[in-house]
Design a protein around this ligand. Structure first.
Ligand code: KIV
Ligand code: ZN
Length: 507
């Protein structure tokens, strides 16, 4: 059996320190319930002395957590902080006080104005006081990533002797390279007396984009608790993202001799929940939980994924509760991806037909960033309309605007291959186009209805036009046309209705 790595979630404490991400107690409880569902080992529920809201959150989360997980409250190495945290944690079945102080030269000198010996004294006093209230005390050596290593060894050893059950080694400023941070953990394991009896925790920040790498390297060197947040929320560039650490451990468990007990299928739901509550959107290309994490856009990749998912996917989307692999149809998509999606929509084609469809698809894809299902349906229907047409549209050109007179020039080809061009004025560009069509087609009718709608989302959406024309004998014919250009779709729709009228009356 591999080593169990405890997942300590600090979304509700360090995560909430993200500018703009503050949450009320009700919202924190919703997230806490999801963390419990996900089976995290520790929830850091807040910093009780910092505000009545934080106090209440720690108290309420302690109440709902029961035996499911440890609930932790943060303190400085200050008596009053510890007493207030102990009070807030009275509701928790498994309470933990997380106390500590800065240990790097800059923190000691510029922030705390303490000598190394005074800092050790303060750490020992805080841990002992916390142990009077709870059995589980975590000592954090803030800015350990930039501390003098010999001093770090001394202060961690003093905290362990004073009764700490967990020692937290944070890279508070996200300064370290993975191997240097891993070496610090290995060194602590070698030199701190009593370290084998406590849990080594790591808490890394993402200032250089390496928070997850540092945490994993620390696990490789003996850490058995990782502190992290959903979506990597947290102070400045954020903390280690929980979903990344959990999936990295899951993928490389044997090599790391490690596993977690997280229900990974809940990761996507947790990400969405935290994003919607905090209003902090997740970047589309975010590992594991970003909208594009399982989306394939290039034709080569799409072809590979359709043949075997693992050609370009290391994680099964179902394992993290994501919907599934997505094939995004763009101008870079190849035949395989288009044929696959058309098949899913229920369309089948001969090879020859499909080649036509693929060319029409490329035309649409060239104009749009992404081609949606509705666009594909339009392409197929447009092709059906053209293949049965008496008259086909070759070109339409309009000039309009203020104070111009709307003018349209239309070129049509009939079934015999003859081509005709006409030009007309109108009250608007569509009216001008329809008059030019009338000059060529010359079939009496009344335009009874005209409507237009966007087939898909966005400014580059295909516009679908529907028209109803009434023939001299009172029969009504409907025509449809779609295109990214509304004048073109209007002309196609009108022509489609006239083609039906002509075919019907010829019969
Ligand atoms: O980054 C940090 O060092 C912290 C401590 C308070 C654990 O958040
Ligand atoms: Zn932090």
């Amino acid at each position: 059996m591999t080593r169990k790595i405890n997942i300590f979630d600090t979304t509700l404490r360090d995560g909430e320190q993200s500018p703009g991400a503050s949450m009320n107690t009700e919202e924190k409880l919703i997230i806490a319930r999801q963390l419990i569902r996900m089976n995290v080992d520790v929830i850091e529920a807040g910093f009780p002395i910092s505000s009545p809201g934080d106090f209440k959150s720690v108290e309420e989360i302690g109440r709902i957590a029961g035996d499911a997980c440890t609930v932790c409250g943060l303190t400085r190495a200050v008596d009053k902080d510890i007493e207030v945290a102990a009070e807030a944690l009275r509701t928790a079945k498994r309470p933990r006080i997380h106390t500590g102080l800065g240990v790097s030269p800059s923190h000691l000198r510029d922030k705390l104005h303490l000598t190394e010996d005074e800092a050790i004294e303060r750490a020992v006093r805080a841990v002992k006081l916390a142990r009077n209230f709870v059995d589980d005390v975590e000592f954090y050596a803030e800015d350990a990533g930039r501390a003098d290593q010999d001093f770090l060894v001394r202060i961690v050893e003093a905290a362990v002797k004073a009764g700490a059950t967990v020692v937290n080694i944070p890279d508070t400023t996200g300064y370290n390279l993975p191997w240097a941070f891993g070496a610090r953990i290995a060194d602590l394991r070698e030199r701190v007396d009593g370290i084998e009896d406590v849990t080594i925790s790591v808490h890394t920040h993402n200032d250089l984009g390496m928070a997850t790498a540092l945490a994993i390297e620390a696990v490789r060197n003996g850490a058995t608790q990782v502190e992290c947040t959903i979506n990597g929320l947290g102070e400045r560039a954020g903390n280690t993202a929980l979903e990344e650490v959990v999936m990295a451990i899951r993928m490389h468990g044997e090599e790391l001799d490690a596993h977690t007990d997280i229900v990974t299928q809940e990761l996507t739901r947790a990400s969405k929940l935290v994003s919607s509550i905090t209003g902090m959107t997740v970047q589309a290309n975010k590992a594991i939980v970003g909208a594009n994490a399982f989306a394939h856009s290039s034709g080569i990749h799409q072809d590979g994924v359709l043949k075997a998912r693992d050609t370009y996917e290391i994680i099964d989307p179902a394992d993290v509760g994501a919907g599934g692999s997505q094939i995004i149809l763009t101008a870079r998509s190849g035949h395989a991806a288009l044929r696959h999606r058309m098949g899913e929509l229920g369309f089948t084609f001969t090879d020859e037909e499909f080649e036509d469809i693929y060319q029409a698809f490329l035309e649409v894809a060239d104009k749009k960033k992404e081609v949606y299902d509705e666009d594909l349906e339009s392409i197929v229907h447009e092709r059906e309309r053209v293949s049965t047409a008496v008259w086909n549209l070759d070109a339409v050109q309009v000039s309009c605007g203020f104070p111009l007179t709307p003018t349209a020039t239309i070129t049509l080809t009939n079934m015999g291959g003859e081509t005709f061009t006409a030009c007309a004025y109108g009250t608007g560009p569509i009216d001008a186009a329809y008059k030019a069509v009338d000059q060529i087609v010359a079939v009496a009718n009344d335009l009874a209805e005209f409507s237009v709608k966007a087939v898909t989302r966005g400014i580059d959406a295909l516009g679908e036009v529907t028209v109803r024309v009434t023939a001299e004998n009172g029969e009504v014919y409907i025509g449809r046309g779609s295109d990214g250009d509304i004048i073109v779709s209007s002309t196609k729709a009108y022509l489609n209705a006239l083609n039906r009228l002509i075919s019907d009356q010829a019969r």
